[in-house]
Structures are given as structure tokens and as C-alpha cells.
Ligand binder design. Sequence first.
Ligand code: DX5
Ligand code: ZN
Length: 221
Amino acid sequence: MNKYLAPSLLSANFYNLEKDLKVLKEEKIKYLHLDVMDGMFVPNISLGVPVIESIKKNTGEDFVLDTHLMVERPERYISNFKNAGADILTIHQEATGDFCEVLTIIKEQGMKAGISVNPETDIHKIDECLKIADLVLVMSVHPGFGGQKFIAETIEKVRYLKEERDKHNYKYMIEIDGGINLENVKMVCEAGVDIVVAGSAVFKEDIRKNIINLNNILYSF
Ligand code: DX5
Ligand code: ZN
């Protein structure tokens, strides 16, 4: 399976969005990671439905909009994100009661359904919905802010998810999010991730150069 870099717009300069998305497209970025925060599930507030809608309207099929909901009771907003143009909708295990049921509803609405776990959450809590998930997102920092330090222990979850997928022939992609940079990207690829989210490592100084450097490592797998 190919490995993909998913730049997280959380670290972008929104004044430059059109220009920067053009660079991402030129560098063949497929997945665009969109962090939605509600100030409740995490102590921060970020972008939401109107930004996603505007990106979809103006970039069409250029990117897969990989939407990461750090929101309490995300089931309240599924159709809003569908209408805005989200392609993947990832919810947190910790944010809702019947998360397997929420994944099913996301899929019924025609999106790919992702499930995420915080660094301190036991990965076995999501065992029951691995068979229906399209994506599993391993948080490698405490969600809420870009630019934090990678928590190395979370890599065990990636290895576990890869083993389970191989063992049961599950179909989900494995994504890692938080603190990824040129120093640790090789290690997470070796553990088995398919999608690598990077915010501050992409949107600092020369975006094109950062993408090329990270992709050089991803393409070597
Ligand atoms: C954190 C977000 C991440 C964040 C990653 O809650 O989910 O997607 O943007 O930023 P970096 O790569 O800077 O850790
Ligand atoms: Zn994220």
C-alpha cells in the first residue's frame, strides 16, 4: 500500500490558503487534513464547516478532505460535514457513546468513517469497530494544538493495528497525527502507517521543500 502525507491546515497561514493549496496540489498531495475543534472535547477552537465548504467548492476533486473531528458528540454534525464536502469523517472514541453506530451512520451518508484514540486511550476500546472502520487515526500528541512533541509509545498502537488488519483482513487505513517531522517519519512508516499527518513540519518556512523532504522518505517505502 502507498504511503501518503496529509498536511494539516491547523498550522497554515489562512491568509495564504489559495497559494499554499496550489503548492500542495503541484506536489501531488492527495489527503488534506482538517482539524475541527469545539473548545469542549479539546481546549481549543479551530476551523469548521464554512472553511471546509469553501475548500471543497474551490478545489473540487483535487484533494480528499480528511476531516478530524475533535468535537463532543460528533453525531450531531454528520450531515453538516457531509454537505460541506468532507470525504473522510473521523470521530474520537472518547467523544461519544456508541461510536460504532456513529461510524455506521457516517458510512451510510456516503463518507469514509474514521475512528481516533487519544494517547492515553487503550487501543482495545475500539476493537469492536475495526471491522467497519475505513480509517483508524492514532493520536501521537494530546489533541488540541499543533507543534507538540511526538509521544513515541503511541507507535505500539500502529503496530497492533497493522497486525490486526493482516490477521483479519480488515480494510482500514492507519493514520498517525501529531509531532511528525523528518526525524521520526521513517520510524512511523516502518511501524505500518499509511497516512502521515504533519502540520508544523509542513507549514513552516518553505512549504514545497518540506513536502519534498517528507515525501522522499514516504516514497522510499
Ligand atoms: C492536533 C491535530 C493535529 C495537528 C498536528 O490536535 O489533530 O492534526 O495539526 O500538528 P503537528 O504536526 O504540528 O503536531
Ligand atoms: Zn488532526
